[in-house]
Design a protein around this ligand. Structure first.
Ligand code: PLP
Length: 408
């Protein structure tokens, strides 16, 4: 007989990395609700409610506000593969790892990709974006809002105006900022935006909320195809090239979410319950209050780390509210310190990628962990771990400064 192993009993960690973070207890509870079939009238009602709730979270009136099953990158793939037709010119401003991911996905979708890059820890000025745009005249611009790899957030308002004024579509990856930083999709004229649950939304990974407006809808529906086994006799395909992915075909996913309820995938019921509850938690607190709490957490952790004699990473004017980059001090073994935090204090913080690997740690303060308590616990543990590696720092200064920062 195959070994059954022990009962599932994972340790209770405090997840203070750049995501995933601890899920809100109400979200975990919602995930234990009984399963329903995706065409059960009660479940269709939950789907409609999820759409309505995410219109609130995305600050949009977009009819097509739905959930893509899969992690946040499923939302990115669905958006890009459905928007990009082979040969389309696509501009991608890259200010971290996730900009490179957008470029890779766009290339796979057959785009003629042009990237512009800026040093990690900085973002683009409106002028830089405008210059690149006017040079390339792209059909689509794809950009991250907050790139967790560098902890920077790109201002998007002027880019939204630029794209709208020049008839280009703007896609935004808001995985890391939705529910933590202001992202008024309609006011900023963002055409398609996707996200995940495992950061500021306070849920598990595995679901990608996505919203798209009528401009994007028009482009996607030109490519609408229905699977052969479920077409009716009046079926007529769209004129545009078939979307290269079946699973991420937004035209099909829109048909599935519409009142037509055209069959596509088997909805991940439990994830929809989770997403619905995440949105109820965020909107229940109120968007202005949620954004203010994340901004406060950013101030607190930044003040605490600085008081410990550590140096913060990146341009402070463009720092994400929910992730903080901090240089690993000289003489400290960064991976050993992270391991000690995990093993001795049950706290996870993030390492970093690419050019920043071994240079900075990334500490997330988001969702249920954007609290004074979580921040003080993390800083006190970090102080002990650093002291164990003979890094000299003033005892208790980090927590005291963070508490003062939290109070503003
Ligand atoms: C900005 C950003 N985009 C995309 C992703 C990919 O998300 P996932 O791992 O859920 O597919 C992440 C994950 O950290 C992210 O931070």
């Amino acid at each position: 007989m195959a070994e059954l192993f022990e009962d599932l009993d994972p340790p209770q960690r405090l997840l203070m990395g750049p995501g995933p973070i601890n899920a809100h207890p109400r979200v975990l509870q919602a995930m234990a609700a009984p399963l329903l079939g995706q065409f059960d009238p009660k479940f269709r009602e939950y789907m409609k409610q999820a759409s309505a709730l995410y219109r609130g979270v995305f600050q949009t009136a977009n009819r097509w506000t739905l959930l893509v099953d899969g992690t946040a990158r499923a939302g990115i793939e669905a958006a890009l593969v459905s928007l990009i037709e082979p040969g389309d010119r696509v501009l991608i401003p890259v200010f971290g790892r996730f900009g490179h991911l957008l470029a890779e996905i766009a290339r796979r979708a057959g785009a003629e990709v042009r990237t512009i890059e800026t040093e990690w820890g900085t973002v683009f000025t409106d002028e830089q974006l405008s210059r690149a745009f006017l040079e390339l005249r792209p059909k689509i611009v794809a950009v991250c809002h907050g790139d967790t790899s560098t902890t920077m957030a790109q201002p998007l308002e002027a880019l939204g105006r630029l794209c709208r004024g020049n008839d280009a579509l703007l896609y935004v990856d808001a995985t890391a900022t939705l529910g933590g930083m202001d992202l008024p999709v309609d006011r900023w004229q963002l055409d398609v935006v996707s996200a995940g649950l495992q950061k500021c939304m306070g849920g598990p990974s595995g679901c990608a909320p996505l919203t798209l407006n009528e401009r994007a809808e028009k482009r996607i529906l030109r490519r609408r195809h229905i699977e052969e086994g479920i077409r009716d006799k009046n079926y007529k395909a769209g004129d545009g090239p078939m979307i290269a992915s079946n699973y991420f075909d937004l035209a099909m996913i829109m048909d599935y979410w519409s009142d037509k309820a055209l069959n596509h995938h088997t909805e991940a019921t439990t994830m929809l319950y989770a997403a619905r509850e995440c949105a109820r938690v965020v909107l229940g607190e109120g968007l202005p209050a949620v954004f203010a709490r994340h901004a406060r957490a950013s101030q607190a952790i930044s003040a605490g780390l600085s008081a410990m004699g550590l140096k913060l990473f990146g341009d402070p004017r463009h720092k994400m509210a929910n992730v903080t980059g901090v240089y690993i001090p000289q003489g400290v073994d960064g991976d050993r310190a992270r391991r000690a935090l995990l093993e001795e204090h049950d706290i996870e913080i993030g390492t970093s990628f690419g050019p920043l690997h071994g240079k900075i740690w990334r500490i997330g303060t988001m969702g249920v962990n954007a609290t004074e308590d979580a921040i003080l616990r993390t800083l006190r543990a970090l102080e002990q771990v650093l002291a164990a590696q003979n890094f000299k720092l003033p005892a208790g200064a980090g927590a005291a400064a963070a508490a003062a920062g939290w109070r503003g």
